[in-house]
Design a protein around this ligand. Sequence first.
Ligand SMILES: Cc1cc2nc3c(=O)[nH]c(=O)nc-3n(C[C@H](O)[C@H](O)[C@H](O)COP(=O)(O)OP(=O)(O)OC[C@H]3O[C@@H](n4cnc5c(N)ncnc54)[C@H](O)[C@@H]3O)c2cc1C
Length: 241
Amino acid sequence: MISFEKYVRAESLQQAYELYQPIKNVVGGGMMWLHLSNAEYDTFIDLCDLGLNEIEEEEDYFKIGSMVTLSQLERNESFKEYFGSAFEDALKHIVGVQFRNCATVGGSICARLGFSDVITLLLPLETEVEFFNRGRMSLEKFLTAPNKRDILKYIYIPKKKRIIRYESVRKTYTDIPVLAICAVKNDDGYLFSVGCRPAIAKLIKPEEEVTFGSNQRGSKEYRQHLYSVLKERMMKEMEEE
Ligand SMILES: Cc1cc2nc3c(=O)[nH]c(=O)nc-3n(C[C@H](O)[C@H](O)[C@H](O)COP(=O)(O)OP(=O)(O)OC[C@H]3O[C@@H](n4cnc5c(N)ncnc54)[C@H](O)[C@@H]3O)c2cc1C
């Protein structure tokens, strides 16, 4: 189990950032992933007093604090208008309601988990992330850039006209996915984000090749087959809409 000598509720982002620089200190979101580690830290930095737990709706985009929980994303009524049922479809399988009431969007992005539904969903929505020190960049760029000790403040999702579908295949309802796909159709055509390949989600056009691998949940060939079937089915459904 994770342990730390000192617990600090940061009073400012500056303080959180400075405290986070030594390797023996750690920042937490909902701690649902972190607490599984056996690491021993000096200081745990809690961001809960920094007002990062709200979803703000602006004219052209949603601004989402990094401490917003997965349940907040799942239940947001304004999201339904712009994203249909995509958030619900992507998040409803993640463990259970109590878990999603604690796990945060910031922790889900910063953990960069290869099986992340959250990242698979957010990538094709042209999501941007804003860090205290590094500033703002696309989620896609963040995922391929080297990881740095920085504090994620906000996530931005533009409001755009598009059709979105989210599908995942799991061995049981709440298991992590064998494969996850988010498909977006907009004026430029289709864009797919393919997650749990079993590597981190990747953005691709329908005509592009995707590489898959094998793990205990499924072989490379099985994932390739699932992807071809789901891609066709999702495109057909979106075409008819
Ligand atoms: C048993 C289990 C099953 C799961 N199944 C799924 C699944 O099916 N699909 C899915 O998508 N996800 C799944 N997850 C992952 C989960 O949804 C969350 O992504 C995960 O718990 C991280 O969120 P958190 O808020 O708990 O982050 P934490 O555990 O608190 O932190 C995770 C990492 O992010 C860093 N971090 C947190 N917040 C910030 C910040 N603001 N700035 C910088 N760094 C930060 C932490 O230092 C840590 O390295 C699962 C997790 C568990 C434990």
